[in-house]
Design a protein around this ligand. Structure first.
Ligand code: GDP
Length: 471
């Protein structure tokens, strides 16, 4: 299938997903407005939802997410990019190799730290430098990065001297060793930032994958998060625990210090609503394929709140809940910056990435890392998630923009904005009710617009193509 065909089928899927959101939302507000909580409207909601789920399933089948060409292409592209990364990370002569030094001392959680590293990695790769990870004072493990993950390089692990601070791509070019500050403080921003995708692979990526920006970040995550044998044993144990044949949905419930500061509280019911929807759709799939399989509804729970598991078990007795043992021990705030906590969060991230579907709040970096890694384990897992709050983003990213594919006239008395086909909109968020919020770059108006009237705009970046790295 051509790239245009793939884009069209994906647009169809998104249209149906948005129609599901808006149908449910509009009928629920009608119900509220009329003070009518009777079953008749509930039934209408249920009927329309089933119908839309059937349509979504058809469109997914049409999309062929697991089709053999896609699996082959995903494997090939992944191999190509991993080879390129491997090439720049393993220079023959470390004493003359250009380096980019990244300090792992950012005072934040693991998800935040690994995003810091991945940003450094993308800039290093973009400027043809070997990434050197400086992890002496790592809060999660004073023994350093390499006692947990494989070293980022086999031939070049110590930073050369002197280290010049990053001042911009052109002005830093002549220094052999540079040190990159955190993304929030970087002056003369390098072009090698998410959500950009490599120009030379863009045609293939846009055909293959529903969100090439995340796929690209995922490639750097994959390389960085190659576990040491002891950690691999832990991860494999957890993954065996969820099995590989039976479907399972992963949920990540981020609470404790995040609630009220960076994110809102969400009850377990909010997550489970989307889990229910996913399993309902899965059941339809079985019926269509005339399978007699009886589905056990299984959920993997990751959280920093030890009460979530018991709460879920109590409220959803017909579900089977699986969780890592560390959930009550070391994920919570009290003992967070320890090796045990690190083990716990990494095991959760890898297990979530393996699940068939992911429900979480994308305001949490833990869940975004899982979603990024997920893209490297499935041919295209871009639509295998629901976020209760933000759309996917990468802290410090270049503007996230969309393009209008339909005109829109704002209805009077609403906060809607006008769209003309071709307008570029900077998206702030999807409200998951049929509408998104953003700023029209042409009119400078900020407000709501129907999500289905836009498509994503993926920025192309001229990354080096490393022809020396044979695939
Ligand atoms: P964010 O604060 O959720 O955006 O993500 P960070 O990774 O930056 O900081 C949260 C930290 O809390 C993580 O690094 C973990 O140490 C811990 N944590 C949060 N959520 C989970 C979870 O689902 N499982 C485990 N094991 N730890 C978590």
């Amino acid at each position: 299938p051509s790239k245009d065909h793939e884009l069209l089928v994906r647009k169809l899927q998104d249209d149906i997903i948005e129609l599901l959101y808006s149908t449910e939302n509009q009928l629920n507000s009608l119900k509220k407005a009329s003070g009518n909580s009777e079953s008749s409207l509930n039934e209408v909601v249920q009927q329309l939802k089933s119908q839309l789920q059937a349509a979504l399933l058809d469109s997914e089948e049409l999309g062929g997410l697991e089709s053999s060409w896609r699996e082959k292409e995903a494997k090939e592209l992944q191999q190509l990019v991993q080879n390129r990364i491997n090439y720049v990370q393993n220079p023959k002569d470390c004493s003359t190799a250009k380096q980019l030094v990244c300090n792992l001392n950012k005072g934040c959680g693991f998800g935040c730290q690994i995003h810091h590293l991945a940003y450094c990695f993308m800039v290093a790769y973009g400027t043809q430098r070997t990434l050197i990870i400086e992890s002496k004072s790592w809060r999660y493990n004073p023994e350093g990065w390499e006692s947990v993950f494989l070293p980022a390089s086999e031939t070049c692990t110590t930073a050369g001297q002197p280290q010049a601070p990053w001042t911009g791509e052109a002005s830093s070019a002549s220094h052999r060793v540079i040190n990159l500050p955190i993304i929030d403080g970087v002056m003369s921003r390098p072009p090698y930032l998410p959500l950009g995708i490599p120009e030379d692979l863009s045609e293939r990526l846009l055909r293959l994958h529903g969100n090439p920006s995340v796929w690209w970040v995922g490639q750097f995550m994959r390389y960085l998060l190659r576990p040491q044998p002891w950690l691999e044993t832990e991860i494999n144990g957890a993954i065996q625990g969820i099995g590989s044949n039976e479907p399972i949905v992963g949920i990540q419930v981020r609470r404790t210090d995040k609630v009220g500061t960076e994110a809102a509280y969400h009850g377990v019911e909010e997550y489970m609503k989307h889990v229910d929807d996913w399993f309902d759709k899965y059941n339809l799939e079985l019926v269509k394929s005339k399978s007699n399989q009886k589905v056990v509804r299984r959920v993997y729970i990751a959280s920093d709140d030890p009460t979530v598991l018991a709460d879920a078990r109590k409220k959803y007795p017909h579900y089977e809940f699986v969780s890592d043992t560390s959930i009550s021990k070391s994920a919570s705030l009290k003992s967070r910056y320890t090796k045990a906590s690190l083990r716990g969060v990494v095991v959760d991230i890898f297990t979530l990435a393996k699940c068939n579907y992911l429900v979480c709040t994308f305001s949490s970096q833990v869940c975004r890392v899982a979603y990024e890694l997920m893209q490297t384990l499935h041919p295209d897992a871009s639509r295998k998630f629901h976020s209760l709050d933000d759309v996917y983003y990468y802290g410090g990213q270049t503007a996230h923009e969309q393009v209008a594919v339909l005109d829109h006239e704002p209805r009077p008395g609403t906060q809607e904005i006008q769209l003309k086909v071709g307008d570029v909109i900077g998206i702030a968020g999807n409200h998951w009710d049929g509408y998104s919020k953003g700023t029209n770059r042409r009119t400078h108006q900020t407000g709501l617009y129907p999500s289905y009237k836009t498509i994503e705009k993926f920025p192309l970046v001229k990354y080096p193509t490393y022809p020396q790295a044979m695939s």
